[in-house]
Structures are given as C-alpha cells and as structure tokens.
Design a protein around this ligand. Structure first.
Ligand SMILES: [Zn+2]
Length: 322
C-alpha cells in the first residue's frame, strides 16, 4: 500500500500546511483513481477540554464515509467540512448527501468518551435526511446501548414521525453487529476494515478494539484506547498513517501511585509510543486522545520529540490528513 502513494500532506483546516512527505514513485494502478482523506472530528478524552470534541475519526474514500467512534459533541464538526472537495454534498433533507453518508460507525469500545455522541449520530442525520438505518459495529453491549438510546428519545422520534414535520421511518434505526474477536468487519469494493483486539485497563478480552483500514491509496490504523503491547505491532505494520493514543509521562508522574498504575494499565506513554513509531515507521504518526494532566500540548510534543525522530503531529479537532 505504501508504495502506491506519492505524497502525504498534512493539512490543518484552521491553520497552515505543516508538513509534506515525499514517498515512493506511484505506479499506475487503482490507487490513482482513489482518494482517501482522514479528518479528526474529535480528539478529546474524558478530561474536559474546550478545544476538543469527543473522540471521533472520519475516513472518507471517494466520498464514502467511515466513522470511528462517536464521542460527545463531534457531530457539529461536520459543518466545517461542508463544501470540501472530498466530502459528499450537503443537501438538506436528502439521503443522497452527507447526511445519508453518515451511515456506518465502528466503535473501539464503550467508554463514554467514545460513545456519548451516539444519540446525536443516530438522530440528527435522520432529521436532516438519512433514510436508511445506520450500521454500528462494536463490542458486546452495543446493541443494548443503542436500544436504550432509542427508548430514551422515543418522545422526540414519535413527535417527528407522527406530527406535521416530514419524516422517514427508517433513518433513526440501527443495525448493530457485535464483535468479540479480531476479524474483518467491513469490506466493499474499495475498503477492507479489520478490527483487532487491544488491551485497555480492566475491559475484558474482546471488549476493546483498534481498526486497520486498508484503502486503495493508503492504509490507516487507529489504535483505539490501549496500553503498550508489542503483540499489536503486526496490526500497525505498513500503516501510512498511524493514529495512536498517547499520554504525557510528565503529566502522569504527578498523579498518585494508584492513578499512575491505572494509566499504564490502560494507556500508552509518549516514550512507549516512540518505540512503536520506530518499529512501525509510519509515514505519519498522529498523536491522538492526549492525556496531559496539566501539561500543555506543546510540552507533550516536546516530550515526544525527545524520544522520537520520525514525523509526528499532535492531533487537533478538524485536522485533515490526505
Ligand atoms: Zn478514551
């Protein structure tokens, strides 16, 4: 996959071009016809941060959208993508638009910072035009969660369905696939998505996942929330873009010992991530879900740079990688 890409540019929607990477010469093949774009719709953690919506990553391949996680408040960030070349059109009250394209989401795990946006993802695009059920892939418990969401919002759903407002009867519905092991979870003519198990705190085996997305022009790997484990390297191998969670060692070192123990059981430090980066050598390493504990973004970047010489960027909401 990597040899099929000529360049990988990092665009910050609200800022300047911050990097460009020369890659191997592209050979004429299917990759020439496909374009994959990654948008960080939300980069937050459970720690409140005004600048970061809840965790959600959008991968767009030839205007087909694949969402990973649905943290609190990320849906509004679609508004900033309206009119972008790589996005489906923004047509009010039409399934043949960005609203209908919000039709599948892959959940890494059920911690609330990754799923509190599910009610909004289930209902808001429906109001705006989605007329088919949304597909949801996630661990055991996903079906129960989405069923309860629909029950919680039944007054709203009933009012829209049976009142004077035009509404379709399918777009709020959900088709859930629960997974418990490493497996291919989606395949179409462009994209293969593999879920792989990750160890995250005290979640049972098979309850937390990362995702490997293989598109014609690039491979993107999303770690999900995970502690460092060399057994995961095989799923990271060959990633053009590796989006990995991170925590500041300086920040964690200030916590009480029981919290430090928990953090290293659940998450990956900058030094550990540098080790991963050296092994995998992605074209771009994206530091995501930053647990700072009093450190600034700049301090975390400095910490990372002290361990890692490769190309990396600390993700912000609405960063675009293509
Ligand atoms: Zn998290």
């Amino acid at each position: 996959m990597r040899k099929a890409v000529t360049s990988l540019s990092i665009l910050i929607l609200t800022g300047a071009l911050i990097g460009q990477h020369a890659m191997a010469e592209r050979q004429p093949n299917q990759a020439d016809q496909s374009e994959t774009t990654v948008v960080m719709l939300g980069t937050g953690t459970p720690v409140l941060n005004q600048e970061r919506a809840g965790q959600s990553i959008l991968i767009v391949v030839d205007k087909e959208m694949y969402l990973f996680d649905a943290g609190p408040g990320f849906v509004k960030n679609f508004d900033a993508l309206s009119g972008k070349d790589f996005m489906p059109e923004d047509i009010y009250f039409s399934n043949d638009s960005v609203y209908g394209a919000m039709n599948k989401v892959f959940l890494t795990h059920l911690d609330s910072d990754h799923v509190m946006g599910m009610p909004e993802l289930m209902l808001r695009p429906w109001i705006m035009g989605r007329s088919e059920p949304i597909k949801v892939v996630g661990p055991k418990g996903t079906e129960e969660m989405t069923t309860h969401v629909l029950e919680a919002y039944q007054a709203d759903i009933g009012h829209r369905l049976h009142g004077t407002q035009p509404a379709n009867s399918e777009g709020f519905k959900v088709e859930v696939t629960e997974i418990s092991g490493t497996q291919v979870v989606h395949q179409d003519d462009r994209v293969t998505i593999t879920a792989f198990k990750v160890p995250h705190g005290s979640w049972a085996d098979g309850m937390a996942f990362g995702y490997r997305v293989e598109a014609p022009d690039k491979t993107v790997v999303i770690s999900g929330d995970t502690r460092h484990d060399q057994a995961l390297y095989e799923y990271f191998e060959g990633a053009d873009i590796l989006i990995h969670e991170v925590m500041s060692e300086q920040g964690v070192s200030r916590l009480s010992q029981d919290w430090q123990d928990y953090m290293y059981h659940a998450h990956t430090s900058a030094q550990q991530l540098a080790k991963i980066g050296r092994h995998v050598e992605p074209e771009l390493l994206v530091l995501n879900h930053p647990l700072l504990f009093g450190q600034s973004d700049q301090q975390l970047s400095t910490e990372m740079a002290s361990y890692y010489e490769g190309e990396f960027v600390l993700a912000n909401d609405l960063d675009i990688y293509e």
